[in-house]
Design a protein around this ligand. Sequence first.
Ligand code: NOJ
Length: 530
Amino acid sequence: MNKATGDWWKSAVIYELAPISFQDSNGDGKGDLPGLISRIEYLTWLGVDAVWLTPIYKSPFRDFGYDISDFRTIDSTFGSLEDMDRLIAKLHELGIKLILDLVPNHTSRDHDWFVKSSASRDNPKADWYVWAEPAETGAPPNNWLSRFGGSAWEWCDARGQYYYHSFLVEQPDLNWRNPDLRAAIADVMRFWLDRGIDGFRVDASAVLIKDHLLRDNPPAPKGQDKPPPQRFTPVFTDDRPETMRCIEFIREVIDGYDSRLLCGEVQGKTDRIGHFYGTERPRLHLPLNFALLDCPWDVLALQAAIDAYLNALPEGAWPVWVIGGHDKQRIASSIGQAPLRTLAMLLMTLKGTPFFFMGDEIGRERVHIPDDRIDDPFEKLVKGYGLCRDPERAPMRWDDSPAGGFTTGEPWLPLETDGARNVDQQRGDERSILHLFRSLIALRRAHPALQRGEYHPVRARNDVLAFKRSLDQSELLIVLNIAAEPRKFEGDCRGNVLLSTHLDWSTPAAQPISVLLRANEGLIIELDRP
Ligand code: NOJ
């Protein structure tokens, strides 16, 4: 393997994109692959190194495509396999990698595997899903709950048994203890890897195996204050030791190919993240880390969250930072537009691979979705807890026209009514957040210390988060004012200011021993080396 490119993902900036909301090409109001291809120019202009697509496979779309009915077919909403081949070729021609979602934990109930498995107890696929006998009373086998509410067990007449579903009743869980099922998933992976994709993001990777004794989950502390599906702690359903063997198996398939990436959705607290990397046997290259998203916008909290995460990583593990995603509330809505610029600088300068979600780069906020337009089953089934994910998933706004340049038809989810925040407008404004993202990405590429350099924290004081990145003779100081008022950073800052989050710093202004930062301002300073 060519070492220089084998770990390309360490220096990459990765852009998550939901094709259904990116660009429509045929006026049906839903984004598709030809539409995405027509927007590749934007991706190259922005400078991202890789895109990760949410599922584009055949699906009844009860859960945003995470309910797959055929792993090898592109859903007709998005186009065809030929479109996918064109997309791969075009992206590669322009030096952009492509990551697809891999959903190994469950299928749609419409998948042929489930249709067969549920027909009887003795067919060749009988054991491909998680089946269990009822309790003596005929009730479900235990107290396990679906993430989307209610019992995680659903009765099947034909088999006289229950099947398990971590998520929707329409999403039965696959049985990862069955070697034939594992082999079938490996085949699916090879199908896509052979077509040239550069890796997978593994969906729900922490729940692949459930306790074989089917032991009840214990009540969660303060459970009554939580949404009903979270009232038990998922000790016997999530993050089981055997699940790690499954991730190792998936990694072996990936390692059969050169230079491919395996990243994955993991759950739980920061201190659990380390074991998703694997020590003796490799697991995920990049277990996604949402610490920045979950952290209050406060210098001490940020300093502690960064430190706790980095300390949780095993020796040699590569960090990863995520500031948005299709399941996560838009960070701009919680911290505000000005701090978002500082966060963008933090994301692009910390040691590790940055991930952001389409629209974050234009400062997208949560879009109001009227009740009668809600699509997300989470909101429909667990009402009243603010869990709806549609506000983040609404279509991209390319211009200020009513449908935002996204479609000529009726968008599948409404766009924000105020069209002012859009790509065209921000491309024309050199101080926009979009230009900041682009400048940060370009600066990262120009300064290997930002991509691969060591990270050295500087003690946070006076609302200023600071750290250094160094590689060979190059040392960069990053100072970020987390306050909405000016703050002074005191410390050695002799050097050149490479970038201010305000994008207006024309001359080097850092003083030898301090720098005055404007409200919410971040600076990247290339320090003079004696
Ligand atoms: C994780 C995905 O990110 C989420 O969107 C989905 O609802 C669940 N897996 C179930 O597939």
